[in-house]
Design a binder for this molecule. Structure first.
Ligand code: NOJ
Ligand code: MG
Length: 702
């Protein structure tokens, strides 16, 4: 039996058992004199190294590579090596401590990071009109033909377009299962994607592809109403339905003696002079609908309904949706006392323009609901890099009421309420420098401290911007929203200057907002502007597609599309994302002027001439008011549209510069001694006070 193997096979019994290692014999240690270094105590254990005999013959004057442990120990105990070791050890510890303190210092002085919804513009896709690549198979269309309705496969096909634009956040108008009475805002299943858009398979694929590209997807969330085809309403409106008891209180039912016994003067948003109450013969009751009769209002005082809505949000967040645009929040609650809304002028018919919607809009309680959703979204925002964004849709003519949807410090609501001040500006009287400055300041002055603004000039509910204000001012508007502090949002086709299509034949018309919802104009070829290969588009393509389309504008360096791209890329600069915003007053014509500045970086002056007339050129003399802040000259770094006199790279003389009509330009300049926000006489705003540290190459709080 081998004695120095720790595992011994016991032949006799055929089992493996432990055995002790034998003590080394005295002869084995005495045979070899491994090293002739008398002060080195080696072989204390008595074991010999197989290498020791071969090395024993080599002479060494000091430590050497490959020395055995015993030799190493001998040298390492010498004073000079002990010192060297200690010093090295000290250096390592010191370096680690310095690095840790540096990291802590950088964390302490760094401002909170900006998130995707702050750094990227939000691009609004109207899926029905964006790109038609697919049709439900059961339509049985011939090969190569599609149904004329845009779909999610179409969005997937065009994802590289957003990379080209530099946009990272996409908001999609409703794609849920819907009878399409209100183009998807009448939802019959909140957890299903309509087959015409490609169903859930397409949605899963879209989410995955968007995320693979590092982009984010925001969905519409419609809590105020469902479709009358929703199974909840089907059950709720029929006392004989087997689930009647479960759903009877899901909607706003009010008893009446008969169909003429209308509960009060509340009017629907859409049918204007028509009552917001519709009689249901089966229940012999009225139901309330703030919008079309096919969109019954959900009963948001019913906690079961509220829980359903929370569950719907959970469902989409679990699918990976990054955020929500919350629809029509002002309409969520109505007064239970059912009193008439006050009428503005009793001599005139009661319609939505002639009432104060005191009991039907922004009614007390809505903010608790929104804050509750924000808290729910926060529960789904805990993983690193995951944040569920919320923007809220509320049109009011009262800024405080609008801004209330930011919530409070203790009960935050949306990341921002959508800002409709520019969309609702009257094209005839308010598209001028004075009104625009007033609107911008109205938001900035009233916004709660520490919150983030947003700007937009068009959407699917409003006439397209060039149709409202012309192309020159449409470009100016883009310059403004991209260089103001906050998040700009734009609507598909804005980037090429799409206009309203006012030639929609009666038999194709769906809705009063059709003109601004026609197919995206990808190219000037064929009959369908690249919206589909071969289809009958659900709304006719605007015939100006031969001139206004993505492909042609790609090739034209001075096009609207190229201007948008330049602006989006400019907006990545720190000074636009984090810098001070100071509104200036320029005593020249119709010019809006503001400054973006961030200590440590060069500053920007944005000048927008809102005068469109042939004689609208304006000579600007910035030195009249701002001499002490400005150097003699700066450099033009952006022009909304080239023109003989103004071009990028040209010197800008602050003492006198001719700005052509309906142009937006940006001037870069180096600061004088005082920055605009330091002077005390300008109205300036900042989200978080930061400075750029040139030495460290970082932005820090200051
Ligand atoms: C607001 C949406 O933007 C609009 O398109 C819709 O018709 C209403 N909400 C009703 O849902
Ligand atoms: Mg409601």
């Amino acid at each position: 039996m081998s004695s120095n193997n720790a595992y011994v096979n016991d032949d006799a019994v055929g089992m493996t058992s432990f055995s002790t290692v034998p003590e080394p014999t005295s002869s084995s240690s005495s045979e070899v004199q491994p090293y002739e270094l008398d002060e080195v105590k080696i072989n204390e254990s008595g074991f010999k190294s197989s290498r020791s005999s071969s090395l024993s013959s080599i002479d060494h004057d000091g430590p050497y590579a490959g020395m055995p442990k015993e030799v190493l120990l001998k040298y390492s105990r010498q004073k000079k090596f002990v010192w060297a070791r200690n010093i090295l050890f000290g250096i390592v510890i010191l370096t680690i401590l310095t690095l840790i303190s540096l990291v802590i210092a950088i964390i302490v002085i760094s401002p909170p990071c900006l998130d995707y919804w702050q750094t990227s513009p939000i691009y609004q896709i109207y899926p029905k009109s964006f790109k038609d690549s697919w049709s439900p198979p059961d339509l049985g269309l011939p090969d190569g033909e599609t149904d004329g309705i845009g779909d999610l496969y179409g969005v997937i096909d065009q994802l590289s377009y957003f990379e080209e634009l530099g946009v990272r956040v996409l908001w999609l108008n409703p794609i849920y299962e819907s009878p399409q009475k209100d183009n998807g805002y009448d939802i019959s299943d909140f957890r299903a994607i309509d087959e015409t858009f490609g169903g859930m398979d397409a949605m899963d694929k879209l989410i995955e592809e968007i995320h693979n590209l590092g982009m984010k997807i925001v969905m519409d969330f419609v809590p105020n109403h469902s479709s009358n085809q929703h199974k909840w309403f089907q059950a709720s409106s029929d006392p004989n339905h087997e689930e009647y008891d479960t759903y009877k209180d899901y909607y706003m039912w009010v008893a009446g003696a008969n169909a003429n016994d209308i509960p009060n003067n509340w009017v629907s948003e859409f049918d204007n002079t028509t009552s917001a109450w519709t009689w249901n013969a089966a229940r012999e009751e009225f139901y309330y609908h703030g919008f079309y009769a096919e969109q019954p209002d959900l009963n948001l005082r019913n906690s079961v309904v509220k829980e359903e809505l929370r569950d719907i949000l959970r469902f989409w967040m679990e699918k990976g949706v990054d955020g929500f645009r919350c629809d029509a929040l002002a309409y969520m609650l109505e007064a239970e006392h059912l009193r008439d809304n006050p009428v503005v002028d009793s001599a005139l018919p009661v319609n939505k323009a002639n009432i104060y919607a005191d009991y039907t809009q922004n009614y007390k309680g809505v903010h608790d609901i929104v804050a509750d959703w924000r808290a729910l979204l926060d529960e789904y925002s805990t993983e690193p890099g995951v944040y569920r964004f919320m923007q809220t849709e509320v049109y009011t003519d009262n800024i405080e009421e609008t801004l209330r949807y930011y919530g409070t410090e203790r009960a935050p609501e949306g990341d921002f309420p959508m800002n409709f001040l520019l969309i609702t500006a009257d094209p005839d009287t308010e598209w001028n420098a004075t009104s625009m400055s007033g609107k911008v300041l109205e938001w900035m002055r009233n916004m709660p401290a520490g919150r983030w603004p947003s700007w937009t000039v068009s959407n699917h509910d409003n006439s397209r911007l060039p149709s409202r204000v012309g192309w020159g001012l449409a470009r100016c508007a883009a310059v403004m929203i991209m260089t103001l502090p906050g998040t700009p949002g734009f609507y598909y086709g804005d980037e090429i200057g799409m206009t309203d299509n006012n030639n929609i034949p009666a038999d194709q018309s769906n809705d009063f907002r059709d003109p601004e919802r026609t197919p995206m104009q990808w190219n000037g070829d064929g009959d369908f502007a690249g919206f589909c290969e071969n289809c009958e588009p659900w709304l006719p393509v605007n015939q100006d597609y031969v001139d206004i389309n993505v492909e042609d504008q790609r090739a034209d360096s001075d096009s609207m599309l190229q201007m948008y791209k330049r602006l989006i890329s400019l907006r990545q600069e720190m000074v636009y994302q984090r810098g001070y915003f100071c509104m200036l007053e320029v005593q020249a014509g119709n010019t809006l002027a503001f400054i973006r500045e961030l200590p440590g970086l060069s500053s920007r002056l944005v000048l927008i001439n809102f005068d469109e007339s042939a004689s609208g050129d304006s000579t600007i003399n910035m030195n009249l008011e701002y001499d002490r802040y400005l150097p003699a000259t700066g450099t033009v770094t952006f022009v909304s549209q080239s023109s003989g006199s103004v071009e990028v790279g040209r010197q800008f003389d602050f003492g006198g510069f001719a700005l052509p009509a309906s142009r937006g330009i940006i001037i870069d300049f180096e600061r004088q001694d005082t920055l605009f926000h330091e002077g005390g006489e300008n109205e300036c705003f900042i989200h978080t006070k930061v400075c750029y540290d040139k030495a460290l190459g970082i932005v820090k709080t200051c």
